[in-house]
Design a protein. Structure first.
Length: 117
């Protein structure tokens, strides 16, 4: 058990203290955009804001050109939003998907989920 506790302590000291920010912004019509970093520290609030907009028919197109960086939680967010749209019987399309997210989706074998109109 001591090696496990030591490993956890090491992980904490290596954690990056950078504060990431992201925003979900409604635009005209059924368009919206995401700006900032899609990271595990930002996706919770984005999930709520985006899900509400999608479910209410306010976000049929989400522009991702403002995404500066992402990890796998960002990919999970986009997939979850697709599920929200499907449950609400709305279409959802992503525009300007960053290369990093395309690569994560390809590695995870879900790329065609993000590119279907």
């Amino acid at each position: 058990m001591k090696p496990l506790l030591h490993w956890r302590r090491s992980q904490r000291t290596l954690t990056n203290s950078t504060v990431h920010t992201a925003a979900f912004e409604l635009q005209e019509g059924e368009r919206s955009r995401v700006n900032g970093v899609l990271h595990f520290t930002t996706v919770t609030s984005l999930l709520r804001d985006g899900s509400d907009a999608i479910a209410n028919g306010r976000a049929a197109v989400i522009d991702l050109a403002g995404v500066k960086d992402s990890d796998s939680s960002g990919l999970a967010l986009l997939i979850e939003w697709l599920s929200v749209a499907r449950a609400a019987k709305h279409n959802l399309r992503y525009e300007n998907i960053p290369v990093q997210l395309h690569q994560l989706a390809r590695l995870s074998d879900v790329e065609e989920l993000l590119t279907v109109s």
